[in-house]
Design a protein around this ligand. Structure first.
Ligand code: KG4
Ligand code: ZN
Length: 365
């Protein structure tokens, strides 16, 4: 497998339409030749969540422009590619279908190989795109739609150690922001407020911390915050700026505590896999949170793990990770044909128990 590979990647499983071109020379780090992401944030803003039908229409409208832009930025034509990788699930089915149909059309027209990629594998393989992290590594996916611990032992081999049983942490940040009148996306807004707040003033719960394992729950935290806010309003007629900062700080501290303690447990299980160069990698928008990052960095330092945090544009949804996962699958001998199906659910680890929650961003694995 010494072949230089150049792949187009397509992503349309949630609310970002994306196309990217990635090239890999064996022995060298992969190169992202282009990465175009068209976010749909404004289209869904008024609805307080992603509206599947609006998302699907926007993907169908934007995907081909996005693809043209990615090829133009890479300075390549379709003929210069070695394959096309597309997110085939899990996600909102209308969007996934748009991507799979376009990829099939392009492959039918060019004769290029088609590779269906699991969106979560795209996130989970990102540390190899950025620094060729050696298997096995521990992965924490934390975004508005995902929250799970995975051990990646190969491009197609993942063991799921646990995850949220209801909301994803980003979803909890977004709901908290909404309850406190802060703008969306909520994570950065809540983090900003929290920097000037007293995290000890409110004792928010640490859900599932007293139970063994790596499963997590974040929906109760939002309810606790709602109660605290309403108690203030009933008592004083409203909340002050400082109350809001303290509520944000207390909420963020609870999320950070839960994620850190569950990561500590995941690290213990991961140690049993006998990693040569132990590493914890993070992905997802919540990984941008400095308070959470600081805690995870400290945990890694104490346990002798390398901490791998891709730059934010590669942590959040993008198509470079899909192109890269396609290259990894292709090198592993995987090929798809025109029977490739768009899947709303597609667990990365087929042996793991299914997740209970599905959350605002639609069905997940
Ligand atoms: O990975 P992402 O862009 O999209 C998916 O969910 O797929 O993640 C977005 C989520 C949002 O819920 C946003 O509020 C959260 O990540 N987020 C943050 C921060 N920046 C983004 N959460 C906490 N702290 C942040 N600094
Ligand atoms: Zn994602």
């Amino acid at each position: 497998m010494t072949q230089v590979l150049t792949f187009l990647g397509l992503e349309s499983s949630c609310d970002d339409t994306a196309a990217a071109v990635v090239r890999h020379r064996p022995g060298a780090l992969p190169e992202i030749l282009s990465s175009v992401v068209i976010a749909q944030t404004d289209l869904h803003a008024a609805f307080g969540g992603v509206v599947p039908e609006i998302a699907a229409r926007a993907h169908a409208e934007k995907l081909d422009h996005c693809t043209e832009a990615a090829l133009a930025q890479a300075g390549l034509s379709l003929q210069a590619l070695d394959g096309i990788a597309v997110t085939a699930g899990p996600g909102l089915i209308g969007g996934v279908l748009s991507g799979v149909m376009l990829a099939k059309g392009l492959c039918a027209a060019t004769g290029l190989p088609l590779i269906g990629v699991n969106h979560l594998a795209g996130h989970a393989l990102t540390p190899r795109l950025t620094e060729m992290l050696a298997f096995p590594y521990l992965m924490l996916l934390v975004s508005g739609g995902h929250c799970q611990f995975l051990i990646a032992t190969g491009p197609e081999d993942f063991t799921r150690l646990g995850g949220t049983i209801d909301d994803a942490p980003g979803e909890a940040f977004d709901k908290t922001a909404k309850l406190l009148g802060l703008p969306q996306p909520g994570g950065p807004a809540v983090e900003r407020e929290a920097t000037q707040g007293d995290a000890k003033r409110f004792a928010f719960p640490r859900p599932l911390l007293n139970q063994p394992g790596c499963d997590m729950s974040f929906s109760g935290l939002k309810t606790a915050l709602l109660r605290a806010r309403d108690a203030f309003i009933a008592e004083k007629g409203g909340i002050t700026v400082q109350d809001r900062r303290d509520l944000c700080a207390g909420f963020q501290a609870a999320v950070a505590d839960v994620l850190t303690e569950k990561t500590r447990r995941a690290v213990e299980i991961y140690a049993e896999f006998g990693p040569h160069k132990p590493a914890l990698a993070v992905a997802g928008g919540v990984a941008a949170n400095q308070a959470i990052r600081t805690r995870l960095t400290a945990l890694c330092a104490a346990r002798g793990l390398h901490f791998s945090a891709p730059p934010l544009p590669l942590c959040t949804d993008n198509a470079a990770m899909i192109a890269w996962a396609g290259i990894e699958r292709f090198r592993a001998g995987h090929r798809d044909d025109f029977t490739l199906a768009a899947r709303p659910r597609w667990p990365l680890d087929q042996n793991a128990a299914p997740m209970i929650g599905s959350g605002k961003k639609g069905a997940k694995a």
